[in-house]
Ligand binder design. Structure first.
Ligand code: HEC
Length: 418
């Protein structure tokens, strides 16, 4: 079995009601540390080496990319459509919305990327590296410029409205750069910054001591608020609201102008590494790889609650064990398309790409396969790339014939259960 097929979801999920608009997003096979969202789409980056572009209305995966070597540490949507991913491998990749491969990518770097932002006009991408460098990438020319901006790792980066860049780093410094990466202003910070977001041309920064502070675009300190005595580790802003999250899973929603707290809720029992805001929703992600949805107005959970054991589907068989890797992306409950892939309820005997309410790729809709124990076994003998070319299901194979057999026997039992 490939390394990433290591089972993570040890429990299956209870059936959720069919396609409600705000289901949680399940599809990553490892912790999710990077999120960005706007206009009804969300991009997520994970330790499972994938980035997934989600359609929020249908809670389904539009594009699943597998390109980076190691953790996908930073992601951003492009205003013109498409998105950017960056990784532990030091590479920045630019993607079209439905891209199966990057439009282009920078060469592997000598240091991991920690932070990423896209200029308001969509023409440039800035990245901050663990070795303290900042890079500015011109998307049209693919030209990339580096500058040693900090003496310790870069922990946050963002574009101001006029196009200048602000960065913060483990050297406890905030710096402002022009497009030639020449220093425009610099300020000392009172504590270790863990992240940065630009909001109404001001700079919001979260700190390890639990404070959230606003700075002017030239580095003067504006309001500050001590939220907790735990480190703040994730931050998002949308121009009217700021969301900040702590290492213990607590999330604060604050008014952008004066940092007055509007809501506080517990999103997880462990760290929230990824935060995003879009419309009236807040998104959180962390160690379990699930992207959860919350109301921006009152902090209530929108996407159904915690994982529960479903005794009907789980058993001690080898097939159930193999299924755990599939359960990250597929439910067995009727019409439950809340994970990255379609529900596989009653799959045997059905034609490919016919589960109602799931938005399949055009490639899959053009194929002509009836799913039987034999064809599903073949799908994982030859792999989705060869067996269903153009499928959005990531490449994976099950090499042992007994394991393929055990999987389809499990599916014959569990996928038929009501
Ligand atoms: C990372 C997510 C992911 C994982 C893991 C995954 N799948 Fe999929 N799968 C998908 C997606 C997405 C599609 C729909 C592809 C498309 O529309 O092109 C799909 C489609 C399918 C289909 C075709 C469904 C239909 O209605 O025609 C089958 C069968 C399937 N997967 C079985 C499995 C099994 C069995 C496993 C475990 C061995 C598995 N998948 C693991 C994401 C995944």
């Amino acid at each position: 079995m490939r390394a990433w097929l290591v089972p993570l979801a040890t429990l299956l999920v209870l059936a959720l009601p069919a396609a409600t608009p705000a289901q949680d997003l399940r599809g990553h096979g490892g912790p999710v540390g990077a999120l960005d969202s706007a206009g009804g789409v969300l991009i997520s980056g994970s330790f499972d080496t994938r980035a997934i572009l989600w359609d929020l209305a249908s809670a389904s995966a539009r594009t699943i990319t597998r390109f980076h070597d190691g953790n996908v540490t930073a992601v951003a949507l492009l205003p013109q459509g498409g998105f950017v991913t960056a990784g532990q491998d030091g590479r920045i990749a630019i993607w079209q919305k439905d891209g199966r491969a990057p439009e282009f990518a920078t060469a592997p770097g000598i240091s991991a990327i920690a932070a990423l932002d896209v200029a308001p006009d969509g023409g440039h991408v800035a990245a901050g590296f663990w070795d303290g460098r900042v890079a500015l990438l011109d998307i049209a020319t693919q030209n990339i410029t580096f500058h040693q901006a900090h003496s310790d790792r870069v922990t946050g980066i963002g574009f101001l409205q006029g196009g200048d860049l602000v960065s913060v780093g483990g050297d406890f410094r905030l710096a402002r750069w022009n497009r030639a990466l020449e220093l425009q202003a610099r300020a000392d910070l009172p504590d270790l910054p863990n992240g940065l977001a630009i909001t109404q041309n001001r700079v919001a920064i979260i700190f390890a001591e639990g404070a959230l502070r606003l700075f002017s675009d030239s580095g003067e300190m504006l309001p500050e608020r001590f939220l907790t005595d735990r480190p703040l580790v994730a931050l998002a802003a949308n121009g009217t609201d700021i969301a900040a999250a702590a290492i213990d899973g607590t999330v604060w929603l604050l008014q952008d102008t004066d940092l007055v707290q509007r809501q506080m809720f517990r999103a997880a029992t462990g760290p929230v590494w990824g935060l995003a805001l879009d419309g009236d929703q807040v998104f959180t992600a962390g160690a379990d790889g699930v992207i959860r949805r919350w109301s921006l107005a009152d902090g209530t959970a929108l996407g159904g609650q915690a994982l529960a054991e479903d005794a009907e589907y789980a058993d001690d068989s080898r097939g159930a064990e193999i299924w755990q890797a599939c359960a990250v992306c597929h439910s067995l409950a009727p019409n439950d398309h809340s994970r990255a892939g379609p529900s596989l309820h009653a799959i045997f005997g059905q034609s490919i790409a016919t589960q109602q309410g799931y938005d399949y790729s055009p490639a899959l809709q053009q194929l002509n396969i009836i799913w039987t124990p034999q064809t599903v076994a073949e799908l994982f003998e030859f792999g989705p790339e060869a067996y269903t070319p153009g499928s959005r299901m990531p490449e994976q194979r099950i090499s042992a014939a007994e394991d393929r057999q055990a999987l389809v026997e499990f599916l014959a039992r569990a996928a038929e259960a009501d």
